[in-house]
Write a protein that binds this ligand. Structure first.
Ligand SMILES: Cc1ncc(COP(=O)(O)O)c(C=O)c1O
Length: 426
């Protein structure tokens, strides 16, 4: 059974607002839907950038998910959540020396190399440490996933090595000392709702793997085809057709696996797994009419959930939202739902229809499990980050404490410029 409004309301009242509420059953369902649409030999790596909460990672890990991390902290969270180094990959365009060294010390499954200079650095560290570094070379292909609104490849980006250049130079990479190249990595785009687009993208990457393997007569052991499976946020979007996805992806991977049975196939996913399972709960603090529009002022906005407020988007559309305090038969009205910031852009719902809203009601922004706190300006107005609560097996677990004023102030260092009386205003 999935979470219902009563449970959401109970959690929001018990732990206060603003807060993120996660539906554990939904997280598992989403993960299983993806896993079941793939052959059993394909490993799904959960991308912590989407939501690095250690309990959510632990829940996914308990169901078999592996982890993709982009910083030392994410790597330590993955370990704390029960991931083994064998099931961790580490990528990102700016890895610090201490991060690379920690990854080598742990002997994670693959350090994903984003440039030739990074390959050299890793080689030197591995030599110093007397180890062999397991790596994958990230390629920026000459092909972009056409169903993705955010393209990471197929155009100039800070990610990976250009496909043509890498294919030409792979022989040299294979000679670099203290390096074991497991294979290749491509992550081309995110928020893809078209199964065929993921399929075309994956097919391209598997072909690339085949080309490099044959050209250099080498035996790789891994291919990471990325992912980018999205969820719908707006009324004009339809969910990824998981049946179509399955019917395209299973035969593709099976065919590849028949030729390369020893190659670990990796798909990365975050948004698809967490997105629909998270809710931002906010409380209505005030209602006012301004220039003929009714504003519902809530205690959490852009500072908690910049994506829902449409930050960075030219066309702002509303995330799905509901007044969970309203009775079933309440009448609907049109509102502007704002957050607490002194910014006219701090709007969670524009001209949005909600069941009649009253002060102290709890509103939830749905589809908020991915890129919520992680991509929001939590320091704005010094509000800090909200609490996070996992509802699972009918139980509520506080999985992140809300930042309190003390937590925020303690991070700052006072240089106490003593007031010298009398102050002269010159
Ligand atoms: C390399 C990489 N892996 C995984 C992800 C997670 O993507 P998604 O949230 O679309 O699943 C991203 C997102 O940008 C990414 O860049």
């Amino acid at each position: 059974m999935n979470i219902n409004n009563l449970k959401l309301l109970e959690a929001a009242r018990q732990y206060g607002t603003p807060s993120y509420l996660y539906d554990g059953e939904q997280i598992i369902n989403n993960y299983r839907n993806l896993k079941n649409a793939l052959p059993e030999f394909v490993d799904v790596f959960y991308a912590l950038k989407v939501n690095p909460n250690v309990s959510l990672v632990s829940l996914l890990r308990s169901k078999g998910a592996c982890t993709e991390v982009c910083s030392l902290t994410e790597m330590e969270i993955a370990l704390k959540a029960g991931s083994t180094p064998e099931d961790i990959i580490f990528l990102g365009p700016c890895k610090k020396d201490y991060e690379l060294k920690r990854a080598l010390e742990l002997n994670i499954f693959a350090l994903v190399i984003e440039s030739e200079t990074e390959l050299q650095r890793v080689s030197e560290f591995a030599k110093e440490m007397g180890v062999t570094a397991n790596v994958a070379i990230r390629l920026n292909p000459d092909f972009s996933a056409d169903g993705s609104p955010w393209k990471m490849g197929g155009r100039p980006t800070q990610f990976g090595i250009d496909e043509k250049h890498a294919v030409e130079n792979f022989g040299k990479y294979l000679q670099v000392p203290n390096i074991n190249i497991r294979g290749i990595h491509v992550y081309n785009g995110t928020s893809i709702l078209d199964a065929n687009s993921v399929y075309q993208n994956t097919k391209y990457i598997l072909n690339l793997y085949d080309t490099i393997t044959k050209r250099y007569k080498t035996k790789f052991t891994m291919v990471d085809v990325g992912g980018g499976m999205g969820i719908p946020y707006f009324t004009n979007q339809t969910p990824l057709d998981i049946k179509e996805f399955e019917s395209l992806m299973k035969p593709l991977f099976e065919e590849f696996h028949a030729v390369y049975p020893d190659t670990r196939i990796i798909m990365e996913s975050g948004r698809f797994i967490l997105g629909t399972a998270g809710y931002l709960a906010v409380e209505v603090n005030n209602i006012k009419v301004n220039h003929n529009k009714t504003f519902v002022i809530t205690d959490g906005g852009t500072n908690c959930h910049s994506a829902a407020a449409g930050s960075g988007r030219v066309v702002k559309r509303n995330f799905p939202m509901e007044n969970i305090s309203a009775t079933d038969n309440a009448e609907e009205f049109e509102y502007q739902v704002s957050g607490p910031l002194c910014s006219p852009d701090d709007i969670l719902g524009r001209n949005i229809k909600l069941k009649e809203v009253n002060v102290s009601d709890i509103l939830v922004v749905k589809s908020s499990g991915a890129y919520g706190p992680t991509s929001s300006p939590g320091l704005f107005h010094s509000h800090g980050f909200p609490a996070e609560i996992l509802v699972y097996n009918e139980e509520m677990h506080l999985i992140r404490k809300k930042d309190l004023p003390k937590d925020m102030i303690d991070r700052q260092v006072l240089v106490d410029f003593k007031i010298q009386a009398p102050i002269l205003n010159k």
